[in-house]
Design a binder for this molecule. Structure first.
Ligand code: SF4
Length: 496
């Protein structure tokens, strides 16, 4: 990386548009670069993934495997990630590392860079049926808008945070707050956020891989399904042991006797009346307001969703189980002479059915997926003809990874990637105060394909020249494919 010496004591970092002057012994505005004795150094070590799933071979033809000294370079497939690699600016400069090695007789190259993503954000999936906000509600951190609530998925709420409009399109403070929140989320740190306006504000703490805190309460379980699905899953636990079952849910509350499941199992009508909008038989919408109570509603007393029982059908002694979609809340009632439900001790068999619902729920966690578009700097750092890189990715000739983790490349134009931050090495993300997020990205392909797309061939270095004692080495994750595995590439499939 070129540096311009301005004074004996200061050097200029040219790794991003901020172009910091850094005094001796000091660090730049992003905390990633420092002036060490007049040299500009990247403070975090370059990270390499050790792939131990492949048999290690002796380095010298006649040497024994036990002669191996443990140096990763002698392993079959060390993968150089972009974590700690550094950034280049402006766009035309080759990426910091362009690394080659032979893999199973094929010369492969990985182009490694820490991309500066002005166009980026995170998609957050929160496993909870509790109400955290309405669709389109603004998500704030430190009073600044950083994103919004998206759709509810099956048992989860989705947030879209960041994006260029929050990073650059609002006030300076909004951009800073957004960048800081994204950075912490991507580096698996907790972030407290407020959702909605004064009359319906929810406080939420999100941390990748951890349960969410909704208004200070830690969520435990992701619901097994909606109320209707729950009726369909567990009827055999109930039929013959209770006259009626209601599964309370903010979206679709299920009623056993009216549901198709109950009809098929010949459950007799009970004359129950549910407040809310009837959808199909035994399925009700909007039985209450959304909230943090039973089944993601705002109720704590399930009886509030019931109207009077039909006296022509109901009978004294009729038994009723009400349960939430996570099985965490349940109540057992028996109708008195006035057909009013009265709380009673729940029979062990029915308590076991609530426990079974809970057992079938998965633990509630937050998932944070980084999403960014690999634009100018990135592609020009790989090739002088950037669109060819895009085509190479779409043609499955180039494999895209982020810190060695497999990324999902969106269809359509450009190289828009999405990756689970939990699959990436810790501390993968940084920032620059433009503001933008810094994220690792690697492009791996055959050397021959790299030449075809106009790559910076003169910059290719052998992997053995990259690894040093300072290199951080981490293990390959079982859940992740080896980026250099031939099954990732179209040419390997064509050869079969
Ligand atoms: S913000 Fe960081 S990368 Fe950008 S010029 Fe300053 S030290 Fe270099």
């Amino acid at each position: 990386m070129a540096t311009e010496r301005m004074t004996p004591a200061k050097i200029r970092c040219d790794a991003c548009p901020v172009m910091c002057f850094i005094a001796e012994g000091k660090i730049g505005a992003c905390d990633r670069y420092a002036n060490h004795g007049g040299d500009l150094v990247r403070l975090d070590p370059l990270t390499i993934i050790e792939n131990t799933s492949h048999k290690l071979v002796p380095f010298m033809k006649d040497s024994m495997p036990e002669d191996w000294d443990g140096n990763i370079v002698q392993g079959d497939r060390p993968f150089v990630t972009a974590v700690g690699a550094g950034t280049t600016y402006p766009d035309y400069k080759p990426a910091p590392f362009i690394v080659s090695q032979e893999i199973d007789g094929v010369d492969m190259v990985t182009v490694v860079t820490e991309g500066i993503f002005s166009y980026c954000g995170v998609k957050v999936k929160i496993d909870t049926d509790r109400h955290i906000g309405h669709e389109r509600d603004v998500v704030r951190v430190g009073g600044e808008p950083i994103g919004h609530v998206m759709t509810s998925e099956y048992g989860s709420k989705m947030l879209s945070l960041g994006g260029v409009e929050h990073l650059t399109g609002g006030s300076k403070k909004e951009g800073r707050m957004t960048c800081d929140a994204l950075l912490r989320l991507c580096n698996r740190e907790p972030v407290e956020m407020q959702i909605g306006e004064e009359d319906h504000t929810t406080t939420l703490v999100v941390e990748a891989g951890k349960p969410p805190l909704v208004n200070g309460m830690e969520e435990k379980l992701m619901r097994v399904g909606c109320g209707s699905a729950t009726i369909g899953m567990f009827p055999k636990q109930w039929v013959g042991h209770v006259d009626e079952v209601v599964v309370v849910d903010d979206h679709i509350t299920g009623v056993l006797s009216e549901h198709q499941t109950g009809k098929m199992l010949e459950v007799a009508p009970t004359g129950i009346k549910i407040k809310g909008r009837k959808s199909t038989p035994g399925r009700y919408f909007q039985v209450a307001k959304p909230g943090t109570g039973w089944g993601g509603t705002d109720i704590e007393d399930p009886l509030t969703i019931l109207g009077p029982f039909n006296p022509k059908i109901a009978w004294e002694g009729l038994s009723l189980l009400m349960v939430s979609t996570t099985g965490e809340q349940f109540g057992y009632f028996v109708l008195d002479a006035d057909l009013m439900p009265q709380p009673a001790e729940i029979p062990a068999r029915l308590k076991a059915s609530a426990d079974l619902i809970a057992e079938n729920c998965e633990p509630s966690i937050c998932s944070v997926l980084f999403m960014g578009g690999a634009g100018g700097s990135l592609r020009a750092g790989v090739t002088e003809n950037p669109v060819r890189l895009t085509r190479s990715v779409k043609d499955s000739l180039t494999f895209v990874s982020c810190g060695g983790a497999e990324s999902y490349v969106w269809p359509g134009g450009g190289i828009t990637v999405m990756v689970d931050v939990l699959d990436m090495p810790t501390g993968s993300f940084g920032y620059v105060p433009t503001p933008a997020l810094v994220a690792p990205i690697e492009f791996t392909m055959r050397v021959a394909d790299y030449a075809t797309l106009g790559g910076h061939m003169d910059e290719i270095k052998k992997v053995s020249s990259i690894v040093s004692a300072e290199t951080r080495k981490i293990a390959q994750r079982d859940s992740q494919p080896d980026p250099m595995d031939r099954t990732n590439y179209r040419w390997a499939k064509e050869r079969r």
